[in-house]
Design a protein around this ligand. Structure first.
Ligand SMILES: C[S@@+](CC[C@H](N)C(=O)[O-])C[C@H]1O[C@@H](n2cnc3c(N)ncnc32)[C@H](O)[C@@H]1O
Length: 256
């Protein structure tokens, strides 16, 4: 089976694999965080990084009435997003962009925005601390003073508590997948291999993610131009703790 880049083939069936995810709930939660942490200027314009096939974007835009820019580093994921957005009759601009190297010019932004969001493990795809550091610096430059960056991370506790891995599979129409996921607690690397079939074409994708301890993310944020407003446990407004599986961070670019 030939190897292909992450999301090159998975894009066609990403929404099938993610059918269990309640994006309405997730976007309502992020909308709540944005509202709770907005400064007096409010939040009107949002940029999403790693937005994938756009389900979260469609939900969050509708909920908050935001002006919305969806970005992702995978052209096939973005193609799925574009057709879904067109079908929904929504106005969401889509730009192909890889983080951490995002710039206002690259995204076609004339001015800094009120908020940037990155959800569902996008940060975990950055394998080096230097890249996380660069992400925080670059995102701070996209946001106006007082604006916020909301992102989530999957933690080592999440990977540890789901044993060393799992295997599953699924089919819908001419898309099918077999997924094998494995976590190495020493390197904190989580490797997921997808064997995919899309319209009769076969391919294998290897996705490598890193599970950062939340205290490491906090330390990297402290070095950055962003200040930490909150680190929430899961989808709550309780503080994250050492066994949190998912942490939602709310950070702010300091006002001038
Ligand atoms: C697990 S998916 C999440 C997609 C979407 N946020 C969601 O909730 O369904 C991770 C997404 O991050 C994107 N991604 C991963 N690393 C990236 C990078 N360095 N730059 C831009 N996008 C990236 C992938 O292409 C993929 O669409």
């Amino acid at each position: 089976m030939p190897s292909v880049e992450p999301y090159d083939m998975l894009a066609a069936g990403y929404d099938v694999v993610m059918a269990h995810v309640d994006y309405e709930f997730w976007s309502a939660y992020v909308h709540r965080l944005l509202s709770r942490h907005a400064d007096d200027a409010g939040i009107d314009e949002v940029v999403e990084l790693g937005g994938g096939t756009g389900t979260f974007a469609l939900n969050l835009k509708r909920r908050g009435g935001y002006r919305y820019l969806l970005t992702d580093g995978s052209a096939p994921m973005l193609a799925e997003a574009r057709s879904k957005i067109a079908e929904a009759g929504e106005n969401i601009r889509c730009v192909e962009a890889r983080f951490p190297g995002v710039t206002r010019a690259g995204l076609g932004l004339a001015h800094p925005v009120d908020a940037v969001v990155l959800v569902y493990d996008g940060l975990n795809y950055l394998l080096e601390e230097a890249d996380v550091r660069a992400l925080f610096r670059r995102v701070a430059a996209l946001i106006r003073p007082g604006g916020v960056f909301v992102f989530d991370q999957s933690t080592p506790a999440n990977s540890e508590d789901h044993a060393s891995g799992f295997t599953d599979e699924g089919t819908e129409g001419d898309f099918s997948y077999v997924r094998e996921s494995c976590y190495d607690p020493e390197t904190r690397r989580h490797v997921t291999v997808f064997e995919l079939s899309v319209g009769g074409r076969q391919g294998r994708e290897r996705h490598v993610q890193r599970a950062y301890p939340p205290q490491d993310i906090r330390a990297l944020l402290h070095e950055s131009p962003l200040t930490v407003e909150a680190a929430y446990d899961g989808f709550s407004t309780d503080p994250a703790h050492e066994r949190s599986h998912r942490v939602h961070w709310v950070t702010r670019r300091a006002p001038d």
